[in-house]
Design a protein around this ligand. Structure first.
Ligand SMILES: Cc1cc2nc3c(=O)[nH]c(=O)nc-3n(C[C@H](O)[C@H](O)[C@H](O)COP(=O)(O)O)c2cc1C
Length: 333
């Protein structure tokens, strides 16, 4: 046990040196291309050091069994990357939000790094760059579910969401309903129309053969807790993901604004989970996402009442060993 802790500690340190010394100094598009090419090329998912199989860590989300409570948050739609991620310690993997038609996304620059006092983060205005429903469905059909797959959907209308949920739910274990990405008007505005959102949630929940997750925006804490979560519960939704990136101005981006991710989000994520747990003490299950880049942060969120913990930016800044490091700490408790 001690030897493996030393080994994962050494890998974590080596990755930090690689991130600080190389990845974070390359222009962002080069760093993204290098990171994704490496992830596709190296069969890291075959190495047991990146996982921890410990039956005591098993949990469920919306009734679906997960081997542990770590979730890779939505960002990747490439089936090769999703397949690798399923062997990198996560208890579930989320695919990037899919829209009915393909979308090229916003022009570059659409992702920039930020170095905050809390540590390295990102701001993106990706704009839902994705291959669209039909192309994505074809790749999904070939993806084995080594751990549960969460498919994320994003739409502009009730019809969009119903079409997406009907087409994609059969290939997913859970469906995440994105109403919170801040960098297009496409979904973000749903939080400003909670009455319409209530109808939408009811219709989509009825159409979905798989458990739904509603992914909330940290920019709308009041509306979330006063209107959106109660509406989700009334529609039969048992899981919320709190949450997405926070909208910030960023003059370096093509849209001059984007979604902030990374450790600066963490204090708000923790507060949101604590408040939500207190206000909805019943059966609501919370995935806490936003700013997790260390075992201590993941544990703090679980202790605050989250059922699972999601992260994306920590996967980039702390590397694929982060999941194993968190699982080791959880297993020792
Ligand atoms: C480049 C990028 C793309 C993302 N794409 C999506 C997306 O398609 N759908 C979604 O719900 N969230 C998306 N997110 C948000 C993440 O899933 C996550 O909620 C957010 O980054 C906060 O977690 P983190 O601080 O651990 O990164 C994206 C984040 C980044 C940085």
């Amino acid at each position: 046990m001690l030897a493996s802790l030393r080994m994962t500690g050494a890998i974590a340190l080596a990755y930090r040196l690689f991130y600080d010394g190389i990845l974070s100094r390359l222009p962002e598009p080069t760093a993204v291309a290098l990171g994704q090419a490496t992830l596709k090329a190296l069969p890291l998912d075959r190495l047991s050091i990146f996982r921890l199989d410990e039956p005591r860590l098993a949990t469920t989300l919306g009734g679906v069994p997960l081997p542990n409570p770590l979730v890779l948050a939505a960002m990747y739609y490439d089936a090769r990357i999703l397949r690798r991620a399923m062997g990198l310690g996560f208890g579930a993997v989320t695919a990037k939000s899919i829209t009915v038609g393909p979308r090229p996304g916003h022009p570059r620059p659409n992702l920039v790094r930020v170095r905050t006092a809390a540590g390295p983060g990102l701001v993106n205005c990706n704009g839902f760059q994705n291959p669209g429903l039909e192309a994505f469905r074809a790749t999904l059909a070939e993806l084995p579910h080594r751990v549960p797959l969460i498919v994320s959907i994003a739409g502009e209308s009730v019809d969009d969401y119903v079409t997406l949920v009907k087409a994609l739910a059969p290939h997913a274990d859970l469906v995440e309903f994105n109403i919170s990405s801040p960098n297009t008007r496409l979904v973000y505005e749903w939080s400003t129309r909670p009455a319409q959102l209530r109808d939408l949630l009811r219709v989509v929940a009825e159409a979905s053969p798989k458990p739904l997750i509603v992914k909330l925006s940290p920019d709308f804490a009041d509306v979330n807790e006063r209107e959106i979560i109660p509406a989700a519960i009334d529609a039969g939704v048992r899981v919320v993901n709190y949450g997405n990136t926070r909208r910030v101005d960023e003059p370096r981006l093509s849209q001059k604004a984007g979604g902030l991710s990374g450790p600066e989000l963490f204090p708000a994520t923790l507060a949101n989970v604590r408040r939500t747990r207190e206000r909805f003490p019943g059966t609501l299950e919370i995935i806490a996402t936003g700013g997790v880049d260390s075992p201590a942060k993941a544990i703090a969120l679980l202790d605050a009442g989250a059922r699972a913990v999601g992260y994306f930016t920590g996967f980039i800044t702390r590397g694929p060993i982060l999941a194993r490091r968190i699982l080791e700490r959880l297993a020792r408790r």
